[in-house]
Design a binder for this molecule. Structure first.
Ligand code: SF4
Length: 258
């Protein structure tokens, strides 16, 4: 039986209001500025959203655009963005960004994946996210959550995030391309976690095949009160460690995002 993607997206949309939106979406909504979305996306790689948000606030207090960014040294950038993950590499990429934008794109953030990946520190995941979030153009950002969840749903059967992106481009209805990343990142952070997906309180429990997921043991009667979905207690009371049917690994091709 194929996975009912329309039903799954409809249910996740309803739940999404109670989840924290990914930081890059928040910055896009607040600024509508492709330069800031790009810079925030670079900051957010392998970094918790709250750390990214604080670093972005400090950076954007000094840097409104590429010209302002060009006036900061790598050392100043390191200081501003610390403690985001890989802050030294990210500071170097940010310092190189104004020159690359001016040299190749007339100082503007380009709107296509193929152009964006020519910028320092920008891989496909970053590029897809910027195209989708900043420019609202069809693009699918496949991060570790999208790759993992699409595979455990059995919607795709892929080895790498790049394979997943290509499979989704061929299969996922285009109407979902822009939102699938933010939906699944929020879902993966709140509920369908990598190590302990909370299947008991999941709105997709009746339609998810849970491929590669080991169901939790039912609680002993009377020992644990089932907490309401979304509560802190509910979030950690039920653990069903995921086991890999295949290597579903963290993408390593880039210092890329989320
Ligand atoms: S049922 Fe479990 S594995 Fe399936 S989507 Fe929900 S939390 Fe994830």
């Amino acid at each position: 039986m194929s996975f009912p993607i329309d039903e799954a997206v409809a249910r996740l949309r309803k739940e999404a209001a109670s989840w924290q939106a990914p930081i890059v979406d928040l910055i896009a909504a607040q600024t509508e500025d492709p330069f800031k979305v790009l810079a925030a996306t670079i900051l957010s790689a392998r970094t918790k959203d709250e750390v990214t948000a604080a670093a972005a606030r400090r950076l954007f207090a000094r840097v409104e655009n590429a010209e302002a960014l060009a006036r900061l040294s790598v050392a100043e950038l390191e200081q501003l963005i610390y403690p985001v993950g890989f802050f030294r590499s990210k500071a170097k990429y940010l310092a190189e960004l104004p020159t690359a934008l001016a040299r190749d794109f007339g100082g503007k953030v380009p709107e296509t994946v193929e152009e964006l990946i020519r910028l320092p520190g920008v891989g496909r995941k970053t590029a897809n996210l910027v195209v989708a979030v900043a420019f609202k153009k069809p693009a699918i950002c496949v991060d570790t959550h999208v790759h993992r969840i699409m595979n455990l749903w059995g919607y795709v059967e892929t080895e790498t995030p790049l394979d997943t992106e290509m499979a989704l481009r061929a299969k996922l209805p285009e109407q979902y391309w822009l939102e699938i990343n933010s939906l699944l990142v929020a879902f993966g952070q709140a509920l369908c976690k990598p190590r302990f997906p909370h299947c008991d309180g999941c709105p997709l429990a009746d339609i998810c095949p849970r491929l590669s997921v080991t169901p939790r043991k039912p609680p002993v009667a009377g020992a644990v009160q089932k907490a309401p979905f979304g509560s802190a207690q509910g979030a950690f009371a039920h653990k069903c460690p995921e086991r890999s049917r295949r290597a579903v690994s963290e993408p390593a091709e880039e210092l890329s995002l989320l």
